[in-house]
Each structure stands twice: as C-alpha cells, then as structure tokens.
Design a binder for this molecule. Structure first.
Ligand code: PGA
Length: 310
C-alpha cells in the first residue's frame, strides 16, 4: 500500500515552525522570527509531534537536542518548503510577476534608506510583497548561510563565503558628538585626542563595530569604551545626553529626526566602505529577485542618491 504519511505529517505552517525552532535553537527564537507567541509555537509543535508519532526533540539543560525522528523531519520539511518556493517562482514567472514575495535582509544601518528604494519598485509591481528583515551584521550573515532571503545588504561583506555582489552606494562612518562638545569647535582633531573621550559603540556582531575595531587596530590606538549599545538611535540619544562620543554611519544622521549632533573632523576619518546587495553564488535568483536586481542596477543607484542627499 502507498505511504499515507503525507496525510498526517502536519501542516506546512507546523513544518515552518519546526524549522524556525531548529534554526533558532529555541521556542523563544522561533516565536520572535515568526512573530508568534511562545505558547502558539509550543502548541503547534505538540500537534506536529502527535502527527509524527515520535518525539522530535528533547530539552537538555537550556538546549534542544533533536532526535533522529526530529532531524529526519527537519530535513524533509526543508525539502518540502523549498519545493513550494520553487513552485512559487515558476508561478510568478507564469503570472508575469503579478505577485510573489521579495525577501531582503539588511543590516541595521541600511534600514534608513532601503525603504526609499522599495517604494518606487512596489508602485511598479503592486502585487509583489516584501519581506524585510532588519538585523545586525552577524544575524544577516547567519540568514545568508541558511539561504533565507533573496538578497542581503551589507557594507562590509562577510569573508569566506562565495558571493555575487552588486555595490550601490558609499557608506562613510563619521565621528559624532553633541553640538557644544569641545571637539566640535576644533578644525582638526587627532585620533589620540579623540580617544581620550568616553566612546559609545555598537554591540558585538554589528558591522559598524567591526569597522571601528579594524580602524583603531590599523591606527594602533584604542577608543575609551564607556558603553555598548545595540541601536544607532540609542547611541545618538546617548551622545546627545553627553554620555560620550561615537562613530556611526552618516546615514544614521541623514534620515528621520534632525538630531543636534555634529560631525567631528577627526584625522583619518571617515571610514569608507560601499553598500552592496549580495547573494550566494549557488543561489538561483527568482524571477522577482532578478527584476529587482535589474531595477537596482539601472535606476536604484540614482533613486538612492536622491533620497540620501548627504
Ligand atoms: P550594523 O551594520 O548595522 O550591523 O552595524 C552596518 C554595516 O555593516 O555597515
């Protein structure tokens, strides 16, 4: 008799939840990724476990240890969901791009300007949904390694991965202080002088932090780190409340609120890099992703330049 496993293997959503738990390492991580409550995730996993008829994982201390049945289910879930994605791609191409999803993961600092690139694109293709994930550099690298999105936006590309890359805009990291800070009055500030002031830095895993650390290492000096803060906005507000000086992308100052911070003219700054869209060389671009890439390459750069006006 033919296998009837598909009749009780669980819903697609349950398989998606299982993968999120496996990839994130916990029910909490999965609930955050999927914007579900933890009881909902646990309930769906319970139903899936009942459908499979064997335990899928065990709690060992704080970690989840997947059983052989769990690992096999994860592997099959990935294949099933990938087939659905492939079908989605084929259907989008048959429908002539009338609908589908474009998935983008961007580092925190790119959240200020990527929406300006998406606006005109979505007006042209109103049936396309965008899944827009904002995370720090390390988290975006992890998404890239898991192949979760069509494109990943970095200003410092991860090393050791085989990537296709399209650069689209420059990214300057500048030194900032509150407007009446003594350093803002000086025409030129040496690095040694800058390093005497309390310094506010992004969290481990941040691309901004990574660039700042490499910069100071190259110049053989050490900033006087006072606070680690996992948010560009909170760093700016901390600078404004005189907790210290910092180095951030100029894009953090160019959008949204007008902050009363000043750029300090420190020697050897700004730290220069390029924003880029990247994707794994072995990843086949969906028709929607291909159209988006063409849009970035033909019009996107100009749209960005106009929106940024640095
Ligand atoms: P971050 O990345 O937002 O994680 O600091 C910025 C960057 O890569 O330039």
């Amino acid at each position: 008799m033919a296998s009837r496993l598909h009749a009780h293997i669980g819903t697609f959503r349950q398989l998606e939840i299982l993968l999120a738990v496996f990839d994130g390492g916990s029910v909490k991580a999965a609930s955050e990724t999927l914007f579900l409550s933890q009881p909902t995730v646990s309930m769906q996993l319970k139903k899936l476990t009942e459908a499979i008829g064997l335990p899928l994982y065990q709690q060992v201390g704080k970690k989840l240890k997947f059983t052989d049945a769990g690992l096999a289910t994860v592997q099959t879930a990935r294949a099933i969901l990938q087939s659905c994605e492939d079908l989605d791609m084929q259907l989008s191409s048959l429908r002539g791009l009338k609908s589908g999803t474009l998935r983008l993961s961007v580092v925190t600092t790119a959240k200020y300007f990527i929406p300006h690139l998406l606006g005109p694109f979505c007006q042209r293709y109103p049936g396309i949904d965008i899944q827009f994930t904002i995370a720090n550099r390390q988290q975006v690298i992890e998404r890239l390694e898991q192949g979760l999105d069509d494109f990943y936006v970095f200003s410092h590309l991860p090393k050791g991965l085989d990537l296709e890359v399209t650069e689209f805009m420059s990214n300057d990291l500048v030194a900032i202080a509150q407007a009446d800070h003594p350093l803002t009055q000086k025409p030129k500030v040496t690095l040694d002088e800058f390093c005497q002031y309390d310094f506010l830095i992004r969290e481990i895993g941040s691309g901004t932090r990574h660039s700042i650390e490499s910069f100071f290492e190259q110049h053989s000096c050490q900033p006087n780190i006072k606070m680690t803060i996992a948010s560009n906005e909170a760093i700016i507000h901390s600078v404004l409340s005189r907790l210290g000086v910092s180095i951030l992308s100029a894009h953090t100052l160019a959008f949204g609120e007008i902050y009363d911070v000043k750029v300090i003219n420190v020697e050897s700054l700004p730290i220069r890099s390029q924003w880029s869209f990247s994707w794994a060389k072995n990843q086949k671009l969906s028709p929607i992703a291909q159209v988006f890439l063409d849009y970035v390459e033909t019009e996107g750069r100009d749209i960005m330049q106009q929106a940024v006006k640095l």
